[in-house]
Design a protein around this ligand. Structure first.
Ligand code: GRF
Length: 186
């Protein structure tokens, strides 16, 4: 049985989608939600879906509190779903090829510092891209630079707005992120 933790900082719609998907998987279980923002939407979702959550500060994370809790929960796979902090080296070393992230663009384009959430979709729009998409990748010590596992594209039309691009990208995330994680684990 794989014991999965989701780390998220925001609304958590991907976290909710993952929780629902893995509810019926006998081999892989979402054990807990970890969050660095006490008022993040993901915490309400976790409560509603009966998944324990754990809130920590950046300082606590960097002092080892997060790794300690991951160990206590027996976590062997970590999913970043809108998690905005850089993970400490100790966690990355402890989980080699066991941490994945989803990025709302086609890396290496639109990655790196400051490229998160709507900033990504605004940049895609400003550059008149004709396609964008999602990238699921392993996490290493550098922002958005771990090995790419999977990408999927969607068209961007001239009439698209950053908001409509975000919706298209979210739809791809909901469709593919759970399946790709399941494939990696099985
Ligand atoms: C997603 O677009 C994901 O690609 C990015 O952060 C966003 C999180 O959205 N890493 P949500 O909190 O899952 O709704």
């Amino acid at each position: 049985m794989n014991r999965i933790a989701i780390l998220a900082s925001g609304s958590g719609s991907n976290a909710e989608n993952l929780i629902k998907f893995f509810q019926n998987d006998p081999n892989n279980s979402i054990i807990s939600i970890f969050c660095n923002k006490a008022d993040a939407g993901v915490l309400n979702r976790a409560e509603r879906l009966n998944i324990p959550s754990f809130v920590f500060s950046k300082k606590e994370m960097n002092e080892g509190v997060l790794l300690e809790q991951l160990k206590k929960d027996g976590i062997n796979f970590i999913v970043l779903a809108g998690f905005l902090l850089q993970l400490p080296k100790e966690i990355i070393e402890k989980y080699p090829n066991r941490i994945v992230n989803i990025h709302p663009a086609l890396l290496p384009k639109y990655g790196g510092k400051g490229m998160f959430g709507m900033h990504v979709h605004q940049a895609v729009k400003e550059n008149h891209e004709t396609e964008t998409g999602i990238t699921i990748h392993y996490v290493n010590e550098n922002y958005d630079e771990g090995a790419i596992i999977f990408q999927q594209t969607t068209k961007v039309n001239p009439e698209d707005t950053p908001e409509s691009i975000a919706r298209k990208v979210h739809d791809l995330e909901y469709e593919y992120f759970p399946k790709i994680i399941q494939q990696l684990l099985n």
